[in-house]
Design a protein. Structure first.
Length: 250
């Protein structure tokens, strides 16, 4: 499932790629294979991070593009691009933009419904996976939070009044089972931040599933089922980057 915003980003990246290839074909500029690949990679990063107002990522990608084209810049302008001064300028610009425009999160982004912060408090049932470990754990709290990196785990949520599940998953695989949980009267929210990993969520029959999450260069699969009046409602929010998120009914 892809959102309108995700289509805009991917559309811009493909248009930029087409422009680079056309310029190469007609001979206005001559790029090697890796130059084209790096241009697409870092150019896409500029578009993506700008949309989120993630200034460090944006200026890192701009700096990387400048370094890729340093020879071309010297040929046409006589300016010598040096690595460490370039890094310093990118860092200073990122810090300046951060102070001027704030950190890109939530409604501060260009697309207001792209990102939802995965947050937790001292009252939450917090489980943080160890790097490189594999574990099965139970989480009985009303608000639960899972954080995994470079590991694999299975989580069983057993709350009788579940309102929130926060998942941060990076370079990992995580299964979150909600079959034994009872949702709060107003329903529950699952907030996901998934990067280069896989998240599988298992829910029982009879729940309504609302998906507001977004996926960039990844897969987001949720069940397509009719709406049930009065049934518990689970809302999926957040973002998925270069990974997979799947919601399964069991």
């Amino acid at each position: 499932m892809k959102s309108k915003q995700n289509n805009i980003i991917l559309g811009l990246i493909f248009l930029a790629t087409a422009a680079v290839v056309i310029l190469n074909i007609i001979g206005i500029v001559e790029f090697g294979f890796w130059t084209i690949i790096l241009t697409v990679l870092f150019g896409g990063g500029v578009i993506y991070h700008t949309a989120y107002r993630e200034w460090f990522g944006m200026f890192f990608c701009l700096g990387a593009l400048t370094w890729v084209y340093r020879d071309l810049i010297y040929e046409h302008t006589g300016i010598v691009v040096r690595f460490w001064p370039l890094v310093g300028v990118a860092l200073l610009l990122a810090v300046g933009f951060r102070f001027l425009f704030g950190k890109g999160k939530g409604k501060q982004g260009i697309f207001s419904n792209w990102d939802v912060n995965v947050d937790f408090s001292d009252d939450d049932d917090v489980i943080i996976g160890n790097v490189g470990s594999s574990s099965d754990e139970n989480a009985p709290g009303e608000r639960v939070y899972f954080k995994e990196s470079f590991s694999g785990s299975t989580k069983f949520v057993t709350s009788d009044n579940l309102s929130y599940v926060g998942i941060i998953n990076k370079f990992s695989g995580i299964e979150v089972h909600l079959e034994q949980a009872t949702l709060a009267p107003d329903g529950a929210t699952v907030a996901i931040e998934n990067k280069f990993g896989g998240v599988e969520i298992y829910v029982p029959h009879g729940w309504n599933i609302v998906t507001k999450a977004n996926s960039f260069c990844g897969g987001l699969e949720t069940p397509n089922q009719p709406w049930k009046e009065g049934a518990p409602t689970l809302t999926i929010v957040g973002r998925n980057q270069f990974g997979g998120v799947e919601v399964n009914i069991v």
